[in-house]
Design a protein around this ligand. Structure first.
Ligand SMILES: Cc1cc2nc3c(=O)[nH]c(=O)nc-3n(C[C@H](O)[C@H](O)[C@H](O)COP(=O)(O)O)c2cc1C
Length: 370
């Protein structure tokens, strides 16, 4: 298996652990897709920027996807949008996700997006946010299949990379039309579909309905990726044994545990401890600093990931309260280093990181665009 360039950026202690597990991944070779793992990183607004995607690919994700990008923003060649389209040189299997409601604008945007070299273009038909849905984009596309099919056909005409679609299981409890959408999209030429196992009305509440996802996947209409609530290595391992899906997509789990694409393949001998987490932050910070000019973006992003990684280690709540006050990146990095070193050789209590934490970043993790 080809090694990811960035693995060499990690100090030997972490690099050796990564290299030991990474070759145990199962590849995802299906139809037009050839990814080194069946575990894929979910698109996440404000999170899956180029440096994060490059990092998470080096840490074992089979593919990554940009955050949702407005087709209109691309059409206007807005500089912020162009930056969102620009990959990191180390990225290999990454895609660009577009959102919008107008077939012509979506096709124009897809053609421009392809100039940046993604391996696939993805249509967002899952975003539940009012601002997007109100204009007919995101999950509203699942309620307007003639429009969705028009968008698919228009994009297929102008791109040569595969086209993928990300949906939810339906709009609400009474309209779970996921299978109908899958059949229609497959007929129109979509190459792969990711299903987030919730309805639009559920937003991020309740649990993902894996029975619904598996029921569609076992019909083998088109390659299916299952998504929702895969947050721990043991859950992912179990799903990999039984799923009819061609791959599994992980979102929030990777924000707490960047090793989540590797640990399901561990045989119990490798433990990533707080020093490994700190090494990930250092690589991430370097990638951010070389990709973005804005000190604010670098600070906010680095701080966010430090705080998410800290959950589940000793003293995380106190640390979070302290570090959120900081405005200086050098101090933030120093505080992070002290925290993770103070937790040296402790394994993250991952299962607890999602319980009883009613802080603001947990609330943030219950909001999103898909
Ligand atoms: C903060 C946040 C941002 C998200 N942004 C996007 C997005 O831009 N596009 C998208 O299709 N889904 C987006 N999602 C949904 C995720 O891709 C995924 O479907 C969802 O989080 C369920 O997977 P998980 O339980 O593994 O997190 C977002 C979710 C969150 C929490």
């Amino acid at each position: 298996m080809v090694k990811h360039k960035l693995v060499d950026e990690f100090p030997p202690v972490t690099r050796d652990k990564i290299n030991t597990i990474i070759n145990r991944r199962q590849t995802m070779k299906i139809e037009k897709f050839n990814f080194p793992s069946q575990l894929l990183m979910a698109p996440m607004a404000g999170i899956t920027n180029a440096p994060f995607r490059a990092l998470i690919e080096a840490l074992g994700a089979g593919s990554t996807t940009s955050e949702l990008i407005s087709c209109h923003g691309i059409g206007y060649k807005n500089p912020r949008t162009i930056k969102m389209l620009t990959p990191h040189p180390a990225e290999q299997n990454w895609g660009i996700q577009l959102f919008g409601e107008d077939a012509r604008a979506m096709a124009t945007a897809a053609a421009i997006a392809c100039e940046f070299g993604p391996k696939f273009i993805d249509i967002n038909a899952g975003c539940p946010v009012k601002k997007v849905v109100g204009k007919g984009g995101g999950s509203a596309l699942m309620q307007n299949l003639p429009n969705l099919s028009e968008i698919i056909v228009a994009i297929k005409k102008v791109i040569s990379v595969p086209l993928t679609l990300k949906i939810r299981i339906g709009w609400d409890h009474n309209s779970k039309n996921g299978e109908e959408v899958v059949r229609m999209a497959a007929d129109c030429g979509v190459d792969l579909i990711t299903i987030h196992g919730r309805t639009r009305m559920q937003q991020y509440g309740g649990l993902a309905d894996w029975e619904f996802i598996e029921n569609i996947a076992q019909k083998k209409i088109i390659p299916i990726i299952g998504n929702g609530d895969l947050r721990t290595a043991s859950t992912i391992f179990q799903h990999l044994q039984t799923t009819h899906c061609d791959g599994l997509m992980i979102g929030r789990g990777a924000l707490r545990n960047p090793f989540i694409f590797l640990t399901p393949f561990d045989d119990g001998n490798i433990t990533f401890d707080s020093i490994d987490y700190w090494n990930v932050i250092q690589v991430f910070y370097k990638l951010m600093a070389s990709h973005f000019d804005s000190e604010r973006i670098i600070l906010v992003q680095t701080l966010k990931h430090i705080v998410w990684f800290a959950a589940g280690f000793n003293n995380a709540a106190h640390f979070r309260a302290q570090i959120y006050r900081e405005k200086n990146i050098a101090t933030v990095l120093q505080m992070g280093e002290e925290f993770f070193h103070a937790n040296a050789h402790i394994q993250q209590q991952n299962d607890h990181a999602y319980e009883g934490n009613s802080d603001d970043d947990d609330e943030f993790l219950n909001n999103g665009h898909g």
